[in-house]
Design a protein around this ligand. Structure first.
Ligand code: F6P
Length: 341
């Protein structure tokens, strides 16, 4: 059997660990052959396919990014997309695909699976917002990076007695903001799931100063003021219709300064959260996903996605493009309110 592997969407630490797990088990235990499709669905559209064997995956376990490249290509936005994907697979004798992606890449995979392409999904993203799995790999690394940044910002904030706003990624979900904010001892945590009141944020900031501490405000890039709109980087959208975010951190620092008469600055962590070597947990989870994905291929469990439930790996239907993003439960957010202000 020949299996194609692709990585789509925003990259995240652990992608290479999945590829390694898939290839090592597939070759060593099942005698499969593998091919790598370059840059997600783009490689399938452009017939950009490379050999992928044990030599290609040697040494990649701790490596960030993806050796296969990635893109936000949506095959359904390209003329004859489905036929071109099928032609590429046929031209290379590829019998099945392992698709490693987030909501968008997997949404396209779910539809392609319905249209007859045998494939298995693997959930990735630093945002941790893919439904059906308790965690995605990449998230733990991103939270670690954001937490370390917050730890460092505490000391410089204290030296200057100013507010430091930290903007982390998370378009529609506040998982990174909540986990890193709690781990880093933030005084305010803002998530997209809970529109915030700027007067309340300023009240928390002021009360922090009253105790002679410098406030740390952690905000997800997708957080929105109650009376306002999401702050966008620009108006461009990708092939899945997503806008580019970033700017809420700057807006918050400006408003906090203006309303409280105190100094406030912003640090935007951006792609630092996605780069570099995966944490041990992400290597562990990504490796297990890879091993279970190749088992699913072997057993013909097409249209399924490997997922973490508790400590076990299960198979669930690949979430379609119409599935709901996995967001932060309001009651979980409320647990930490005692630390605000
Ligand atoms: O989907 C993961 C993610 O990192 C989001 O948190 C963020 O909004 C987006 O990707 C950024 O995408 P890009 O790297 O394409 O600008």
């Amino acid at each position: 059997m020949k299996v194609g592997v692709l990585t789509g969407g925003g990259d995240c630490p652990g992608l290479n660990a999945v590829i390694r797990g898939v290839v090592r088990k597939g070759v060593q235990e099942y005698g499969f052959e593998f091919a790598g499709l370059r840059d997600g669905w783009l490689g399938a559209l452009r017939d950009d396919v490379r050999p992928l064997g044990v030599p290609e995956v040697r040494g990649i376990l701790p490596l960030g990014g993806t050796i296969l490249g990635s893109s936000r290509t949506n095959p359904f936005k390209h003329e004859d997309g489905v036929r071109r994907v099928k032609d590429t697979l046929a031209a290379h004798g590829i019998d099945a695909l392992v698709v490693i992606g987030g909501e968008d890449t997997l949404g396209a995979a779910a539809e392609l699976s319905r249209q007859g392409i045998p494939l298995v999904g693997v959930p990735k993203t630093i945002d941790n917002d893919v439904p059906g799995t308790d965690y995605t790999f990449g998230f733990d690394t991103a939270v670690g990076i954001a937490t370390e940044a917050i730890d460092r910002l505490h000391t410089t904030a204290e030296s200057h007695m100013r507010t430091l706003v930290v903007e982390v990624m998370g378009r529609h979900s506040g998982w990174i903001a909540l986990h890193a904010g709690v781990a880093g001892g933030a005084n305010v945590i803002l998530v997209p799931e809970r529109p915030f009141d700027i007067d309340q944020v300023c009240a928390w900031v002021k009360s922090r100063f009253e105790f002679h501490y410098a406030p740390i405000v952690v905000t997800a890039e997708g957080a929105v003021p109650k009376e306002g709109q999401m702050v966008l980087k620009d108006r461009s959208v990708d092939e899945y219709g997503h806008v580019r975010l970033s700017g809420i951190g700057e807006w918050l620092a400006r408003e906090i300064s203006r309303r409280t008469g105190t100094d406030a600055r912003t640090t935007v962590l951006g792609h630092v959260q996605r780069g570099g070597t995966p944490s041990a947990f992400d290597r562990w989870l990504a490796t297990r996903f890879g091993l279970h994905a190749v088992d699913a291929v072997r057993e013909g469990a097409f249209g399924t996605m490997v997922a973490l439930r508790g400590t076990g790996i299960v198979r669930v239907p690949i979430p379609g493009a119409d599935s709901r993003t996995k967001v932060v439960d309001p009651s979980l957010y409320d647990e930490f309110e005692v630390f605000f202000g």
